[in-house]
Write a protein that binds this ligand. Structure first.
Ligand SMILES: NC(=O)c1ccc[n+]([C@@H]2O[C@H](COP(=O)([O-])OP(=O)(O)OC[C@H]3O[C@@H](n4cnc5c(N)ncnc54)[C@H](OP(=O)(O)O)[C@@H]3O)[C@@H](O)[C@H]2O)c1
Length: 305
């Protein structure tokens, strides 16, 4: 069994994937702006990293056409890697938000503009159709997803998209979208210290409906696009020590313990972190550890003179 399959598999529609996948946003640098010293990631190194992921069983990658830095695009790097990889890899991309060629965000993308975004992803990825397209609702400038999701449903009917998903949504968006077309996955910010999707019932709703829940920022947490920092939560450090694991592995494993429908897409440009993240699928947390991690986070100690 490959390392990425040790936590099991899940079906995105008719596409069976290992529960440990890979998020490509960090390939072009933290925050999509390039690496901190401005040097773009070496193309061969990026392709080697992706091949390393595939060799360890990753067959589910998350990407977007707007993941680009001045000289690199995540889709271009994935296209290169897949062109010399014989296996099947489900590529999930997202549309809704967009950046112009200089990298500035474009506000208020209309439903009729989504076809162009889907075609741009297909061109960059070198594919005639896309496996899964998520509509990222946050940033659309409208609270209803109906018109945008309806536009994507038409592209699915036309054969340009195989399956549809949602991102940055609330439970009511899932209900609204499902009246239009099937939803195979929901991708939201979620992790040990970012529990809104528990509070509003989204993680459980996805489980009930057989929809994959795919957290992002599960490692970096509230630091979001900023680089993950040294682990600040003593509970995570102690559980990690007990397993001879790393804090990042505990954070990833914790998300996977929320249910068999939860998939991981940790992002990294570091091959050692990649291997570590994929190996997190083997980590089995005890009931005591889960209740420790689920409990209230310890308050930071007051400063004493
Ligand atoms: N739908 C959306 O709106 C949305 C938004 C954001 C992200 N995403 C997707 O979700 C994926 C995951 O999110 P993410 O990449 O921002 O966050 P993440 O996986 O939570 O964390 C990535 C950060 O943690 C570091 N890191 C990763 N593994 C580590 C390890 N084992 N030990 C120490 N540090 C580690 C990375 O730096 P190194 O490179 O140094 O390892 C990077 O700074 C993205 O890649 C993207 O595909 C989707």
């Amino acid at each position: 069994m490959s390392a990425a399959a040790t936590a099991g598999t899940w079906r995105l529609g008719d596409l069976e994937v290992n529960r440990i996948g890979y998020g490509a946003m960090r390939l072009t640098g933290n925050g999509m702006l390039g690496n901190s010293d401005g040097t773009p990631i070496d193309r061969d190194a990026a392709v080697a990293l992706l091949h390393g992921a595939f060799e360890q069983g990753v067959n589910h990658i998350d990407t977007a056409a707007f993941y680009f830095s001045p000289l690199r695009s995540a889709n271009e790097l994935i296209n290169r890697a897949l062109s010399t990889w014989p296996g099947d890899v489900a590529v999930v991309t997202k549309v809704g938000p967009a950046r112009d060629v200089s990298g500035e965000w474009i506000a208020g993308v209309r439903p009729d503009q989504l076809r162009g975004q889907v075609e741009e992803n297909a061109r960059q990825l070198g594919r005639d159709h896309l496996d899964v397209v998520n509509l990222r609702a946050g940033g659309l400038g409208t609270d209803s997803v109906a018109e945008h999701f309806g536009a994507l449903a038409e592209l699915r009917e036309a054969g340009l998209i195989r399956h549809l998903g949602l991102s940055a949504v609330r439970p009511e968006h899932v209900a609204e979208a499902r009246t239009i077309a099937p939803v195979v996955c929901v991708q939201n910010a979620y992790g040990l210290d970012w529990r809104r999707a528990d509070e509003n019932g989204l993680v459980d709703l996805c489980a009930e409906l057989g929809i994959a829940f795919v957290p992002f920022f599960a490692v970096s947490g509230r630091r979001r696009e900023a680089a993950a920092s040294r682990e600040g939560d003593a509970r995570v450090r102690s559980v990690a020590r007990a397993h001879g694991a790393t804090p990042a592995q505990v954070r990833i494993a914790w998300t996977l313990h929320r249910g068999p429908h939860v998939l991981a897409i940790p992002g990294t440009a570091n091959p050692a972190h990649l291997t570590e993240n994929i190996a997190a699928g083997r980590l089995r947390l005890t009931a005591e550890e889960l209740s420790l991690l689920d409990g209230p986070a310890p308050q930071p100690r007051p400063l004493t003179r």
